[in-house]
Ligand binder design. Structure first.
Ligand code: PLP
Length: 395
């Protein structure tokens, strides 16, 4: 089989072989239910405890502030819906940003339909939240601020620590969706001034379907799941022991490799951008130039649809993502790009390229060889592309 050039690591990552090896025995010989009292079960309970301690060390938390969930979506839903329920008496106002993941935005929409009010703070042209806008949005009835650490589409990194200072002064709880940041940026829950933080194993070379929710001690929250006393009675359901062992191993490896991976991937990413800019006209960078994840490149091209670029790159064995939510079949432009102030027709021509541990210099060379002719072909067929107009505008 021909090698696939996988440049969609923000979507998911392949599990590290060391992670798979660490998980294996917990599927087979060590299959005991950790909630039982005999030795086979206690061995599983011990493995969960070690995983909890390892994750706590990686993010500067106490072990009993770490809760295992089924992934980023559950952690985000729990933080928002669980806080709204537990603190609804105190107030019914929540704050988030325009460019959060749907797991946050749709949890907020759900609450809004049930009588809560939500302020969605804007972002600047690079996708950055101004902490002062959060300060101004806080009201006496605000119970939660939820702002993501790093954006999944454009990779912009938010000033979480500054926002956390503001929420702390105001006595408002602060949640951050760190699903894209975990494993790529150093995370310390105390330096970040957060009360809750979401992570997901499959974004940092761990297993799919397992996540973490950091919940600061003495933070009141209503469980989402009922029916068992697992996770200190806050998250019912038999533990996913292999997944929990796997996510802890993945985070441990990512923490050790973080600086080297970031240096290597950002150098390749920068080389890719330089090559694209030099060889393709009317191509622009989406997102903040400096405050962005080391592996993220998001570009928009005039006169082309993102989906057609993806399909043509797929024929060349390259996997990337676009700026359109085609999963719904509606080809709606991305709310993130619209939030950055990019007009809908330009947002449609966006492409997200996210590098990873397996990305090789020759992959970048290959991309740079096949992509410009694809752009030229698509523009030739495009009813809206007008090369002479672009040249005129630029001169
Ligand atoms: N939050 C962000 C920023 C994400 O990128 C994702 C996944 O794409 C999620 C949440 C959802 O995580 P999961 O796939 O583990 O449910």
């Amino acid at each position: 089989m021909e090698r696939v050039i996988y440049l969609d690591h923000a979507s998911t990552t392949p599990a590290d072989p060391a992670v798979v090896a660490a998980m294996a025995p917990w599927h087979t010989e060590q299959f005991g239910n950790p909630s039982t009292v005999y030795s086979l079960g206690l061995t599983s309970a011990q493995a969960i405890q070690e995983a909890r301690e390892s994750i706590a060390r990686a993010i500067g938390a106490e072990p009993d502030e770490v809760y295992f969930t089924s992934g980023g979506t559950e952690s985000d839903n729990w933080a928002i819906l669980g806080t709204a329920d537990a603190r609804g008496e105190k107030g019914r106002h929540l704050i988030t940003s325009l460019i959060e993941h749907h797991a946050v935005l749709e949890s907020m929409d759900f609450l809004e339909k049930r009588g809560y009010s939500v302020t969605r703070v804007p972002v600047d042209g690079g996708g950055l939240v101004d902490p002062e806008n959060v300060r101004r949005a806080i009201r006496p009835d605000t119970i939660l601020v939820s702002i993501m650490h790093a954006n999944n589409e454009v990779g912009t990194i938010q000033p979480i620590s500054e926002i956390g200072k503001i929420t702390r002064e105001a006595g408002v709880l602060f949640h951050t969706d760190a699903v894209q940041a975990a494993g790529k940026l150093p995370l310390d829950v105390n330096e970040l001034n957060v009360d809750m933080l979401s992570m997901s194993g499959h974004k940092f070379y761990g297993p799919k379907g397992v996540g973490v929710m950091y919940l600061r001690k003495r933070t009141r929250i209503t469980p989402l799941f009922h029916g068992g006393s697992q996770e200190r009675s806050r998250r019912a359901g038999t533990h996913n022991v292999p997944g929990i062992v796997g996510i802890a191993k993945a985070l441990e490896l990512a923490t050790v490799r973080m600086n080297d991976d970031a240096a290597r991937e950002s150098a390749l990413r920068d080389r890719l951008w330089a090559g694209l800019e030099a060889n393709i006209e009317a191509i622009y960078l989406n997102g903040d130039k400096v405050r962005r994840l080391p592996n993220n490149l998001n570009v928009r091209l005039e006169g082309i649809e993102g989906e057609s670029m993806i399909l043509m790159l797929d024929m060349e064995g390259i996997c990337v993502s676009s700026g359109s939510a085609c999963t719904t079949g509606s080809l709606e432009p991305s709310h993130v790009l619209l939030g950055l102030g990019i007009p809908a027709e330009e947002a449609h021509g966006s492409l997200r390229v996210t590098l990873g541990r397996g990305t090789m210099p020759e992959d970048i060379d290959y991309f740079l060889a096949v992509f410009p002719p694809i752009v030229a072909r698509l523009r030739e067929m495009s009813p809206v592309w007008c090369a002479s107009c672009v040249r005129k505008q630029r001169s």
